[in-house]
Write a protein that binds this ligand. Sequence first.
Ligand code: HEM
Length: 449
Amino acid sequence: MTVTPLARVPSGSTLKPVPGDPGLPVIGNTLKSLRDPVGMLRARYDSYGPVSWTSLFGLRIVQMLGADANQFVLMNKGELFSNHGGWDFFIGPFFHRGIMLLDFEEHRWHRRIMQQAFTRPALQGYLQRMGPRIADGLAAWPAQGPIQVLPRVKQLTLDLATDVFMGSQLGPRAERINRAFVDTVRAGTALLRFPVPGLRWSRGLRGRRVLEQLFREEIPAKRASRGDDLFSALCHATTEDGHRFSDEDVVNHMIFLMMAAHDTTTITLSNLFYQLARNPQWQERLRQESLALNKEQLEHDDLERLEGITLAIKEALRLCAPVPSLPRRTVRDVEYQGHYIPAGTFVTVAPYFTHYMEEYWPDPERFDPERFSEARREDKVHPFAWVPFGGGAHKCIGLHFADMQVKAILHQVLLRWRWSVPEGYEMPVDTTSLPVPKDGLPVTLERFR
Ligand code: HEM
């Protein structure tokens, strides 16, 4: 492999160019990175160190690896990196003007308004709505026998999202809307990035149109009355200085929020099912904790009491970061660890990879929730070693919502079933978009009450 500098360093500068290589002609390292992102990044880290470039999706991308790089990029001192410039290439046509794709002052303006939908009282209201819906959803699961976790959990989180976010049941529209969400998310990693009927990109665009229509039709009713769902909250959210969202803003934010909430929690729950099936002693520990609460539906104050679940969720998020990599684009020339990265360059930081770095995590492949316990706190090794929710100005606004939803579902599942996978089963992960079990995660349920 010939090492090629990313760009010529300005004359007189003492900086070094970013080393790297383009990979294969035309496709670069795209397929390698989709098939085995951690393995590919490990190989590059070993060859080039924390900063290198390669060709992915037809772009030259600088991969900035490790906790220091996460901190540097995510904290974004001096506004060197644009979120819009990074994400727009991947998901812009499907999620344009979503808050994650806005930058700097405009982003802060939108975030201040959106924050009104995530206050503690708002979260308490969402949790109250969720409890009975979870019970309804789980009532449709078989008492025992085999199930595929991924489609079941996806259905449940989508039903919850439509109820808690939209304040309505989708009824017969559910299938079409679910398809639209799946298509918009998968389109982001399409290899052919223009509309060819039947392929990912064009299905994503069609999905976007379906969602726009769905939300647009509902806005007048939401503006006219005040419900306790998130859609209503966005329609009525007003900052102290009187700023509010336009109808277009509400549509864009709803589409982005539904996607951001639904897929990420589905992935987290699937991984918890998997890890708890392989580690039955942990499953039992969490069940005892849930039984001790002596109630089916969680209230907000219960969330902190579920210590074991809290540890297990953190560990599941470490082992499988639902958003594996965060793209940005430099808005001016950047200097990092003596390297020169010119303005206009795509860069990524990679939570998925950081979470497996032996430099931070002893025995990183092992499911070991106690590593987050007060006695050990391995995550304290670096403030940006554990970054499933990102960091800085764009840090996940829904992290408490996610924690609440995952706990509320897992708690009710633990109260009803034990579940298992065959001895030696290892879940194959499809990493061609957000990471999901390739086989849907087959487990066997056993109802015990
Ligand atoms: C386990 C579940 C979740 C994970 C792992 C997760 C992860 C992330 C990450 C890594 C980012 C930062 C992206 C970046 O910096 O480029 C992010 C942003 C965001 N997340 Fe989440 N998320 C989760 C759940 C949720 C939920 C439940 C919601 C909404 C209810 C949500 C809403 C958002 C929003 C709106 C942003 C953009 C924030 C901004 O740009 O200011 N997320 N999320």
